[in-house]
Design a protein around this ligand. Structure first.
Ligand code: SR1
Ligand code: MG
Length: 394
């Protein structure tokens, strides 16, 4: 139930008034507030008191900030986001921010301030390694993905959750801008002129498009577990000891391999941007995240598997193999869409000089295509690394 009757976008001063009214700070606190949102869709206010104790109020806008007011977008994503974080916190609380308050009408969530950490993408671009990133993301995924699946829940509870996390508008963004537009010559795509031949080769590659169609179909139909839905490195805060996953506004019941695929893709794109000597650490994160994910998922399967067939030999390895194959395909699609689609990644866009950036992007497209097409024969993270190393710079 909301305490408010109507929605209004907050200003910095309105966010301060709200934080005081909600009792999120002591009454006499002297607060300051800055809007720090740099994502595509929301306002993010950081509010601090005189001792620099802070919190975040995130508010969904009724349109996509990246496009403008001409593209209306549901405020319900704020409910999805706060509910997903609460759900993730049930099994992997150390990897998500604490939630202090949420309101569906205002489309806000007040949560822990993580400004002492850095957005992983920004740190990776600076050349940081975040030594525990792979391990933490593997544990986060192993726990959250197992415990919201049919393997851990009774079928009625799981179907209630599928309903609760029905997220059609945000899924449509993924359906359009991840799985569709980059594979056709449409206006939303955005890329440098030098990439036109490579983009046209993708649009004309019917074998590739058949495989992308299969992956999109999985995204549309396989309600396996509650996925984060947008697990790129901009959705992760980190330092050398800590990792926190944020921004699950794209959460919905989807294929188990979706999140690991996106995480992997974003590490591979950062690796492409780095000099060779600094790439291995990212390939190691990809390997560690999978090993830890599979270990956590298997441990939970043995301990808390509710579905009767979890006792049958071979079923767990079948599920893990299917998850990995899907993930490799999703990784390939994510790399392609971040290179020629609407929403890019700074890892590639900031490469200098221009010629090196174009080479890196051509390499990214080649790698993306290979991951999509060869996913059924790529069985391990080491094989992903092999493909990464083999993709030629032309
Ligand atoms: C229109 S929104 C573009 C992208 O930003 C989000 O972070 C998602 O990745 C989405 O695809
Ligand atoms: Mg986001």
């Amino acid at each position: 139930m909301s305490n408010y009757q109507s929605y209004e976008p907050l200003t910095e001063s309105a966010a301060v008034t709200l934080a005081l009214r909600l009792g999120l700070f002591e009454e006499k606190s002297v607060l300051s507030c800055t809007e720090i949102g740099d994502g595509n869709l929301n306002l993010v206010f950081r509010i601090t008191d005189q001792s620099n104790n802070g919190l975040i109020i995130k508010q969904a806008l009724p349109y996509a900030k990246v496009i403008g007011e001409s593209w209306p977008l549901t405020l319900d994503r704020a409910r999805i986001e706060s509910s997903a974080m609460l759900k993730q916190a049930e099994t992997a609380g150390e990897y998500v921010p604490k939630i202090y308050y949420s309101d569906e009408t205002l489309a806000i969530t007040a949560m822990e301030d993580l400004s002492h950490l850095q957005i992983a993408r920004a740190g990776l671009i600076e050349g940081k390694d975040f030594p525990l990133l792979g391990r933490h993301i593997g544990e986060f995924l192993g726990k959250t993905l197992f415990y919201s699946s049919d393997f851990a829940l009774n079928p009625q509870t799981k179907k209630q959750l599928v309903k609760q996390f029905s997220n059609p508008e945000l899924c449509k963004i993924t359906e359009d801008f991840v799985f569709t537009d980059p594979f056709f010559d449409v206006e939303s795509n955005s890329f440098e002129d030098e990439l036109r031949p490579a983009a046209e080769a993708i649009w004309n590659d019917t074998k590739l498009k058949l495989e992308v169609a299969k992956l999109k179909h999985k995204f549309l139909t396989e309600a396996e577990t509650l996925v984060h839905g947008d697990l790129h490195t901009g959705s992760i805060f980190a330092d050398d000891e800590t990792t926190k996953v944020i921004d699950p506004e794209f959460a919905y019941y989807g294929p188990t391999g979706f999140d690991y695929g996106h995480f992997t893709a974003n590490l591979l794109m950062n690796a492409i941007s780095r000099e060779e000597a600094k790439q291995q650490v990212l390939l190691d994160h990809i390997e560690t995240a999978w090993t830890v994910f599979a270990g956590e998922f298997s441990k939970a399967w043995e301990k808390d598997g509710l579905e009767v067939y979890t006792g049958i030999d071979g079923y767990l390895s079948f599920i893990l193999e299917k998850t990995f194959e899907d993930a490799v395909g999703f990784a390939g699609v994510e790399i392609i869409r971040r290179t020629i689609g609407l929403a890019h990644v700074a890892d590639l866009d900031l490469i200098e000089p221009h010629d090196r950036k174009i080479e890196a992007k051509i390499r990214a497209l080649e790698l993306g295509k290979k991951l999509v097409k060869h996913r059924s024969s790529i069985k391990t993270p080491a094989q992903i690394a092999d493909y990464f190393k083999q993709v030629p710079v032309r």
